[in-house]
Ligand binder design. Structure first.
Ligand code: PLP
Length: 379
């Protein structure tokens, strides 16, 4: 019999928490003023937005004036990449081949501008970027933006933010990090960091879809992509997504309040699944950095050895009521390994599945997942 909706795809998006739904529905029922209106109703909405900004800034240890609301991490990332060339005199962007497509496709687009140089750092078979190559590139006297994700969404690899920040700072380079996967799961102290830009997205930490933010370090200034009504202190025009912002605030408040307990649940779930896979499927291998200090607690990428049922494993799990993500993409009707798996030279004959958790998963669910995997792969 199929399982009842087991969700192991929290890196794709997370389930809304009851406290988020509650705060949003209260806002939907009680707030209607346009935050830009000067009358009381508008001012009440404005106050809610500024309160949410304060909450996000507090979580990041940043100043209130350094937080700008956007629609998603994709938008935040686009703002940084596109505007740093125009406004910061950046002539070169250093990134990696295992970034999210919203970085890579934007870089492809920007590359059409012939005066921009783009360097992709080498990554090893675990997906670790080549820090010495970064150091060597940064020693060249070219105005540079480094854009590297904090947590890789396919492998769970964690970037050494401090190390990259120091390298950027000592070579006068700007540093952007896409933190879509790490908000709520890591602590940040941006006021003491060398990060100039950081992107986040609420739906990755149990908030609503369609709302995100961009941190811009106080002494760094870029111009907006969206112009018009001068909202977000002229950084992002368009009437604010009031209800989304309120939901995002509730999600970050909940993440901060329950930080340690959630982290411990995630850690236990991940090691339990790892242990059971090792036991039941000894030929399966784990992708990403093996040192657990550089692994996010919510993502486990597993490659299963060749098997007649392999290619359909994610679909078969779906038939069992289990949501996971397959490490492949459909391009022009054919299925090919994801750009991340290609970059780490993953064996294309093996089937990679990304299991990603939230604190809402349970040990019983892990056991059901293992049983379903055994059922599919032994039939
Ligand atoms: N960056 C990373 C690392 C992601 O995992 C995702 C979502 O999958 C995004 C960016 C895009 O996020 P959004 O849906 O908020 O645009």
């Amino acid at each position: 019999m199929a399982n009842k909706d087991l969700y192991f795809d929290s890196a794709a998006t997370t389930v809304l928490l009851p406290e988020v739904i509650e705060s949003m529905s209260h806002a939907l029922q009680t707030l209607h003023g346009n935050p830009s209106s000067v009358h009381t109703s508008g001012r009440i909405s404005r106050t809610k937005i500024e309160q949410a900004r304060k909450t996000i800034a507090h979580y990041l240890n940043a100043s209130i004036g350094e937080i700008f609301f956007t629609s998603c991490a994709t938008e935040s990332n686009n703002m940084v990449l596109r505007r740093s060339i125009k406004d910061l005199g950046v002539k070169r962007i250093i990134s990696s081949p295992i970034e999210h497509h919203c970085i890579l496709h934007t870089l492809e687009d920007l590359e059409k501008n012939e005066s921009l140089q783009i360097e992709y750092l080498n990554v090893d078979s675990e997906g670790t970027i080549d820090y010495s190559q970064l150091e060597q590139l940064l020693s060249e006297d070219i105005p540079t933006l480094v854009s590297l994700m904090h947590v890789n969404n396919e492998l769970g690899n964690v970037l050494d933010l401090e190390k990259v920040g120091e390298l950027c700072s000592s070579n006068n380079a700007f540093f952007h990090t896409d933190a879509a996967q790490s908000i709520g799961k890591f602590k940040f102290n941006l006021s003491q960091s060398n990060v100039h830009f950081l992107s986040g997205s609420a739906h990755k930490f149990h908030g609503p879809k369609g709302i995100g933010f961009l941190y811009i370090e106080g002494n760094t200034s870029i111009s907006p992509i969206l112009t018009g009504g001068a909202q977000e202190r002229n950084m992002r025009s368009g009437t604010e997504n009031l209800y989304g912002i309120i939901g995002m605030e509730a999600a970050i408040t909940s993440a901060e309040k329950n930080f340690e307990s959630r982290l411990s649940i995630l850690g236990e779930l991940k090691s339990s699944l790892k242990e059971k896979i090792n036991h039941c499927f000894p030929d399966a291998t784990f992708n990403g950095i093996h040192n657990s200090n550089f692994q996010s607690p919510h993502i486990l990428s597993v490659s299963f050895p060749p098997h007649p049922k392999n290619s359909m494993l994610d679909f078969s799990l779906d038939m069992e009521g289990i949501a996971v993500s397959g490490g492949s993409a459909c391009a022009s009707g054919s299925v090919k390994a994801s750009h991340v798996l290609e970059a780490i030279n993953a064996d294309p004959e093996r089937k990679t599945i990304r299991f990603s958790f939230s604190h809402l998963n349970t040990e019983n669910e892990i056991q059901s997942l293992i049983q379903s995997l055994q059922k599919i792969l032994s039939s």
